[in-house]
Design a protein around this ligand. Structure first.
Ligand code: ZN
Length: 242
């Protein structure tokens, strides 16, 4: 069932929440609106069951992107939502706007600014190489300056993320040997966690929660590498109404 990754109290008195859905909540793929609505409702119910004080904003407040492995950051302003615009990160300063990214092996990240804003990021290897995380951090800072914190959700582990020697080179060049790992059958792999940590360190963003579950190994999550599935779990974040 959906779980809370982080409850962060901001200087303004607001609380930023970051949560993660699981297979049990249903697929959050963008293709089918009704399925998403039902799944998001299910995730809300499971969160309420785990924390009676928590009110998850209704599905009409949820924003989704058509994720394209790029670096485009889309802002959710005022009472609007984003429903299927191309992009790989969302940012907002507004209360009760739920930002989501859909994943099945890629890294879901939420950034929280003490200035009173949040972002969510869909970070696959292409986006990480092109700078989607840095771009989201810059845009977050542009809407509200302040110290930033990061929440990193479950993604494919180095145990299962076989990667070609040539494809590993740009990552090693940029982040050093810490990103080079081995799968559990001994082949070269990319450590996405290490890439994310290296980028966040470079931006002086403190990680306040890092879920180390591997989506390939852990049967609570869908994994594209494991089964080629179209189904997706989602990380969702919002600023609670004061
Ligand atoms: Zn694994």
């Amino acid at each position: 069932m959906a779980q809370i990754l982080t409850e962060r109290h901001l200087p303004s008195g607001h609380v930023a929440w970051v949560a993660m859905s699981e297979i049990a909540d249903g697929s959050m793929s963008i293709g089918n609106y009704q399925t998403r609505e039902k799944s998001a409702g299910q995730a809300s119910v499971s969160l309420k069951e785990s924390n009676r004080e928590l009110l998850v904003p209704p599905i009409s407040n949820w924003s989704y992107l058509n994720q394209v492995h790029g670096i485009q950051v889309v802002e959710v302003a005022g009472a609007s939502t984003v429903d299927g615009d191309d992009g790989d990160a969302l940012v907002t300063t507004f209360e009760e706007r739920v930002l989501t990214v859909q994943v099945a092996d890629c890294v879901p990240v939420s950034l929280i600014s003490e200035g009173g804003a949040i972002a969510v990021v869909h970070a696959g290897w292409r986006g990480l190489l092109e700078g989607v995380l840095e771009e989201a951090s810059n845009q977050l800072n542009a809407v509200r300056s302040g110290k930033q914190f990061a929440v990193v959700g479950p993604h494919i582990g180095s145990c299962c993320y076989e990667f070609g020697k040539e494809e590993l080179k740009p990552f090693i060049h940029k982040h050093g040997n810490s990103v080079l790992a081995s799968t559990n059958i001994g082949s070269d792999s990319l450590d996405l966690s290490a890439v994310v940590v290296s980028i966040l360190d470079g931006k002086e963003i403190e990680i306040i929660k890092q879920d180390s579950s591997c989506t390939f190994c852990d049967n609570r999550y869908w994994s594209y590498r494991s089964s080629g599935t179209e189904k997706r779990q989602c990380l969702f974040a919002w600023i609670e109404k004061k």
